[in-house]
Design a protein around this ligand. Structure first.
Ligand code: PRP
Ligand code: URA
Length: 192
């Protein structure tokens, strides 16, 4: 608990994206992905567990809907486990790896869009690039994130950003998605 005086900032959670905001943002990002790829050919969306996967599914549903019912969203989407590739493996508590699942067409020669909820230091994405190399050689790898909160520690940037969110390092961005958390919202916790 922080002591409160008239100058202190309460560290209650602030909602920065509502469920409706998330829906709108994902629709825009889906169109950006199609635009960058000049269509849907060879597209594969790989979500990074845990919340990157439902986001990848939501994007795949939107992208498939632009193809007049000729595209099954499931054929576009998969998930990429990065647990064993993290650079903090020796220091962190044990995490149960989520299985990597690739769509039936694999990733060889494809345009792979990695999808995650938050981009912060960039270390998760560095690990994802290593993990990906074990599964094949995509033609192009791009990155889509719901929130870029800054504070990068590696030379990594996102191609598609739902919302750029300036944050203090002391804050935490929490993404809640119905598929995992039962609600849809993005909140910032902690004092700025
Ligand atoms: O850019 P970075 O500094 O790597 O931070 C971003 C990552 O941190 C969070 O994952 P977390 O490890 O908390 O796991 P989770 O997705 O299971 O919540 C978030 O979902 C991103 O994957
Ligand atoms: O604030 C943060 C930092 C890393 N990952 C998150 O999900 N939130």
């Amino acid at each position: 608990m922080h002591s409160m005086d008239e100058n202190s900032v309460p560290d209650a959670a602030r909602t920065v994206l509502t469920g409706d905001d998330i829906e709108r943002v994902l629709t825009r990002v889906a169109y950006e992905i199609i635009e960058a790829n000049k269509g849907t050919d060879d597209l594969v969306l790989l979500g990074i567990p845990s919340r990157g996967f439902p986001l990848a599914q939501r994007l795949a549903t939107r992208i498939a809907a632009t193809a007049d019912g000729n595209l099954d969203p499931a054929s576009l989407v998969g998930q990429l486990d990065i647990t064993m590739y993290r650079d903090d493996l020796r220091h962190s508590t044990t995490r149960t790896p989520a299985p990597t699942r690739l769509p039936a067409g694999g990733i060889e020669g494809k345009v792979v869009v990695l999808v995650d909820d938050v981009l912060y230091s960039g270390r998760t994405i560095r690990a994802a690039l290593d993990a990906l190399a074990d599964w094949g050689r995509p033609r192009i790898v791009r990155l889509a994130v719901l929130v870029d909160r800054g504070h990068r520690e590696l030379p990594i940037r996102a191609d598609h950003v739902g919302k750029n969110l300036p944050t203090a390092k002391s804050e935490k961005v929490r993404v809640h998605l119905a598929e995992i958390d039962g609600t849809n919202e993005v909140v910032i916790e902690g004092a700025a």
